[in-house]
Ligand binder design. Structure first.
Ligand SMILES: Nc1ncnc2c1ncn2[C@@H]1O[C@H](COP(=O)(O)OP(=O)(O)O)[C@@H](O)[C@H]1O
Ligand SMILES: [Mg+2]
Length: 454
């Protein structure tokens, strides 16, 4: 894995891996939510505890006030760690107290004021006690003077008890961790599907273009769509690549045959100069060179059409163009013109002339006695038709003949001169014009129809 380039290697850790980032983001959001909810919950329980504390103070005070008013006050009052009580006589002596405060000086020194005669303070700690406590001081008027009642209870923190705090913190931590783990699992599942696609793609090269990336699970629709799109693209690439490979092989093969023939003739002539009919040999070599030239010229034309070199469309009188091209040279068979006058089309006249010649040359070669060329126009299209009275083309071959170097057996036997590129070029020209070139049914012979949109 070491020498695999970075862009092919597995995604790294934080901060760039989607897995880590998503998990962290969800973790942070979950933590914030739980902290917020936890604080609210703790405030609620803290408030409840504070209310309970207040109730305990009130309860204790309500129980003691009558005792103090009526006397006598018992020396030992009820109370424990969480409830401290002191009763002071008008001279400030501790007359009665809960067990912890027996014999201690007053726990608080702030005066009970106002009406009702009551004051409250938090002391940390009150004299003789430990920790922070809420101390309530009450004035009790008696005939012998003002008595004081001090009641102290431990101050409960805002969060209530430590147990609740620990429980809430622990639960938040656990759930946050669970959310992070769950997010990682979910994201990891998607990312694993994407990794599988990437790993497969990284390994595909020209030698195994038939490989396809794995499809994701049905509930990962976006990733499935990605995989399907990638595979469709691979399909098209494979098709284009195979076509190119076939084309190169066919081109090499078609160039090699005449080249070998020429070479053999030349070698023979050099080996046996006296036995050679030089004019005849030269003519044969020239024929071979002609054929090579024809193939190379066609290949070049196709390469230009493939490169989608811009057309130079101009308003062309198609009727006149066809008329002139057909008169250019005498034909082996009769050529019948069926031309509607003044059919005008926006096209590249040189290219359309080339297309027409390719069709008419073929028709002439295959016709028994007659070739009919017609030009017509309707609202939507301009139609050029080349019909012969030869053997025609079987329905299953009607697309095949347009592929490069395709030559049907009958044609190969009849005439070795063709390159098999004429119809491929003609169709490219038609498509470059936004039109179509097809073979249609006819009573007899082949019927090629070019349609150019108006
Ligand atoms: N008018 C026609 N009648 C019968 N077959 C035809 C006709 N035109 C073309 N074909 C077939 O289509 C093949 C491809 O034609 P084309 O691409 O022009 O190549 P080429 O003419 O060099 O053979 C021909 O070899 C022939 O088999
Ligand atoms: Mg041809």
């Amino acid at each position: 894995m070491d020498n695999v380039p970075r862009r092919y290697s597995r995604a790294g850790p934080f901060p760039n891996s989607i897995r880590s980032r998503r998990s962290l983001q969800f973790c942070v959001v979950a933590a914030l939510v739980f902290i917020g909810a936890g604080v609210l919950f703790l405030m609620f329980t803290g408030n409840k505890d504070a209310q309970a504390t207040r109730a305990r103070i009130t309860h204790a005070v309500e129980g003691l006030l009558p005792v103090i008013r009526e006397g006598p006050v018992p020396a030992v009052l009820p109370g424990g760690d969480d409830l401290a009580i002191q009763v002071l006589d008008p001279r400030g002596r501790t007359v009665g107290a809960s067990p912890r405060l027996l014999g201690h000086p007053p726990m608080a020194a702030f005066p009970a004021t106002g009406h009702p005669v009551h004051a409250e303070q938090v002391l940390c700690p009150p004299a003789g006690l430990r920790g922070c406590m809420i101390v309530d001081s009450y004035k009790v008027d008696r005939p012998d003077g003002v008595w004081l009642l001090h009641v102290a209870v431990p101050q409960s923190p805002w969060y209530g008890s430590t147990t609740v705090l620990a429980f809430v913190a622990g639960a938040s931590l656990l759930v946050t961790a669970a959310v992070a783990a769950g997010t990682f699992r979910l994201v990891n599942r998607d990312m694993t599907a994407i990794d599988a696609i990437r790993e497969e793609l990284a390994e595909i090269n020209a030698a195994d273009l038939d490989r396809r990336v794995p499809l994701a699970a049905p509930n990962q629709e976006e990733i499935s769509l990605l995989a399907v799109t990638v595979n469709d693209t691979l399909d098209r690439l494979e098709q284009a690549y195979n076509q190119l490979r076939r084309f190169t092989a066919d081109a090499s093969h078609d160039l090699r045959s005449p080249l070998t023939a020429v070479r053999t003739r030349l070698e023979d002539a050099l080996a046996y100069p006296q036995d050679t009919d030089w004019p005849e040999m030269t003519a044969a070599v020239l024929a071979g060179v002609d054929r090579l030239q024809a193939i190379v010229t066609d290949l070049l034309t196709l390469a230009r059409l493939d490169a989608r070199a811009p057309l130079t469309p101009e308003r062309t009188d198609l009727t006149r163009l066809v008329d002139t091209e057909l008169d250019r040279r005498p034909r082996r068979v009769a050529v019948v013109k069926d031309l509607q006058p003044d059919v005008v089309a926006d096209c590249d006249p040189l290219r359309i002339a080339r297309l027409l010649i390719n069709l008419v040359d073929n028709a002439e070669r295959h016709a028994a006695s007659r070739v009919t060329v017609s030009v017509r126009a309707d609202e939507s299209a301009v139609t050029l038709e080349v019909l012969d009275d030869g053997a025609g083309i079987a329905a299953e071959d009607r697309e095949v003949v347009f592929t490069r170097f395709a030559r049907l057996d009958a044609a190969r036997n009849r005439d070795a001169g063709g390159t098999g590129l004429g119809l491929a070029i003609a169709r490219e020209i038609a498509e470059a014009h936004g039109g179509t070139l097809t073979i249609r049914d006819s009573d007899r012979g082949a019927r090629f129809v070019l349609r150019l949109p108006r």
